[in-house]
Design a binder for this molecule. Structure first.
Ligand SMILES: [Zn+2]
Length: 84
């Protein structure tokens, strides 16, 4: 197996498994693709049971949250609301 190359990536992926009775390495499995990310399922590599899940935000290149591109408030056009 080529675990060595991937090991660095999965180093923190140890979750406690009830069936195995100890922290086990887990395997990421893509469960759902959401509009703003992807939902991953964590499967125990020992017995294959699901140990949890996480949502990975679909982010492009690294952008610091503080530098989010948002138009200045003055330039936002208000769409006329017609709710009657
Ligand atoms: Zn297990």
């Amino acid at each position: 197996m080529t675990m060595d190359k991937q090991f660095d990536q999965f180093r923190a992926s140890l979750l406690y498994c009830n069936k195995c009775g100890r922290a086990m390495p887990v395997r990421e499995r893509l469960l759902l693709v959401l509009p703003d990310g992807e939902l991953y399922d964590y499967l125990c590599q020992g017995c294959g049971s699901s140990l949890g899940s996480k949502t990975e935000r679909a982010t492009g290149p690294k952008v610091s949250p503080a530098k989010m591109q948002s138009p200045p408030p003055g330039q936002q056009r208000r769409a006329p609301k017609r709710k009657r």
